[in-house]
Every structure is written in structure tokens, then in C-alpha cells.
Design a protein around this ligand. Structure first.
Ligand code: PEP
Length: 250
């Protein structure tokens, strides 16, 4: 069922003490009783303490990434079962920074998606075009390719565990936001693409978040668009009052 979701992507920010302090402030400021699903994604080292700290708060915890293999000689990596063992049920996959700096191809992401689904985790699947793609009007083709190659191999039933996050790379951390109309246009295209490859019910029920320089000042007009079901928030997720304002922007 389609839900309104605001997820904060903390990236490589916040040590344990800073995490505790931000979570304390979030518990005091974020409104969790208005039907919006609220998620934070601290770094791996702080997931367990975040789960404990947020118990009963209505704020969920997700991981920023995970490895596609179950276990083994993959120094520095974290598996699905490790995440689940500390109570994490949701994982972001395919963030543009993972794609750009850590060689995460569509094929590798397809494997990660499979592993997460095998463990009955929810996947926040990120994708989006680069500035050059938009300038050359290839943005729809790029997004369609990322979805078809990284995600569309899943079964119809597996879509209940998928949240999509359209994040145009040119808008991430740049202060430049896609206009509400640009976000709506792409989200409608994404739903149409899903309806064609799967069916209308799946397309209607999946939550599609927008990500890219969402702030308290622009969240309301972006979230007001009919095919935008919330946001994946980077920089603004590190400030409790700002994040709380974004959560309340529906
Ligand atoms: C992100 O990293 O997913 C993101 C959207 O970042 P920002 O909000 O800082 O653009």
C-alpha cells in the first residue's frame, strides 16, 4: 500500500555521541502520529544503538548499504543477516554515491536486491540521471534502464518490499532541486513504466520518494505533487528541526 515516507540519509556523518544527540532531538521534534513513515539511516556503527534509542518512538532505522553475499571473505562489508541481527529491516540500495564511488553497477544492485528480498527486508531503491543526461534529454531512458536492469527482475509479489527513490544526481547535495513539476513528470513516468512491465496495481501502490536538496522551504510544494510520496533527505536530515519540518510538510 502506498505510504508517505520521509527517510533521512545520514551518509558518513555522526559518530556515536553525535548520533545519540541527534536522535534525542528527533524524538522531541518529529511528529510521528500523522501517518507519515519516518526513517533515519545512521552509519553501520550506530545502527544498534539507534534501534535501542528509537524503540517506541515511531521512527524507524534503515542501513545505507549492504553486501550482496551472505558472508565470507569480503573485508569491510556488512551482510543482510548482520543488519537483521541488530533489528534493521530496511536498506538503501543504489544511492548515486555508491554507484559513482564504489562501482555499484545495475547488475550488482540486482544481486543486492535479491539478497535483501530473500531476507524479507524492505529496499529503498535509488536511481536518477546525471546532469548531462538531462541536458541531452536522455533522462527518461537512463531512469528506465536503471529500473529495468537493477530491479525489474523481481516478482510482482516482491514489490510490497520496495520503495523507490528518484534522485537526479545533479540535485544531490548541490542546493539545486528539481522543480516540483520535473519531479512529478518523472514520478508519473516511473509509475507508467512499472504499469507497463508489471501492472497498474503495483504501479499505484509503490511509494516513490524524491531526493535532491529537499529542505523545509521546498518540501511542501514537492510533496504536494500527486505522484510524489515523500523524500529521501540528505543534508537537511542532520538538523532535527529541519527534518521535523520536512516530515510535517505533507
Ligand atoms: C541524498 O543523499 O540522498 C540526498 C538527497 O542528499 P541532499 O538532500 O543533501 O541533496
Amino acid at each position: 500500500m502506498r505510504k508517505n515516507i520521509v527517510a533521512g540519509n545520514w551518509k558518513m556523518n555522526m559518530n556515536l555521541q553525535e548520533t545519540e544527540s541527534l536522535l534525542g532531538a528527533l524524538k522531541n521534534t518529529v511528529k510521528t502520529d500523522a501517518g507519515t513513515t519516518v526513517i533515519v539511516t545512521p552509519p553501520f556503527t550506530n545502527l544498534e544503538s539507534a534501534i535501542t534509542s528509537l524503540k517506541g518512538s515511531g521512527i524507524g532505522v534503515a542501513a545505507q548499504n549492504m553486501h550482496q553475499n551472505e558472508n565470507g571473505a569480503f573485508t569491510g562489508e556488512i551482510s543482510a543477516t548482520m543488519l537483521k541481527s541488530v533489528g534493521v529491516e530496511t536498506v538503501i540500495l543504489g544511492h548515486s554515491e555508491r554507484r559513482a564511488y564504489f562501482g555499484e553497477t545495475d547488475a550488482k544492485l540486482a544481486e543486492k536486491v535479491n539478497t535483501a528480498l530473500k531476507h524479507d527486508m524492505t529496499v529503498i531503491f535509488c536511481f536518477g540521471e546525471e546532469l548531462e543526461d538531462r541536458k541531452s534529454e536522455k533522462h527518461f531512458d537512463i531512469v528506465e534502464g536503471q529500473l529495468k536492469n537493477g530491479l525489474f527482475h523481481i516478482s510482482g509479489d516482491a514489490w510490497k518490499n520496495i520503495v523507490l527513490a528518484y534522485e537526479p544526481v545533479w540535485a544531490i547535495g548541490t542546493g539545486e532541486t528539481a522543480s516540483p513539476e520535473q519531479a512529478q513528470e518523472m514520478h508519473a513516468f516511473i509509475r507508467k513504466t512499472i504499469a507497463t512491465s508489471f501492472d497498474d496495481a503495483i504501479a499505484d501502490n509503490v511509494s516513490i520518494l524524491y531526493g535532491g536538496s529537499v529542505k523545509p522551504a521546498n518540501a511542501q510544494e514537492i510533496f504536494a505533487k500527486p505522484d510524489v510520496d515523500g523524500g529521501l533527505i540528505g543534508g537537511a536530515a542532520l538538523d532535527a528541526e529541519g527534518f521535523a519540518a520536512i516530515v510535517s510538510a505533507f
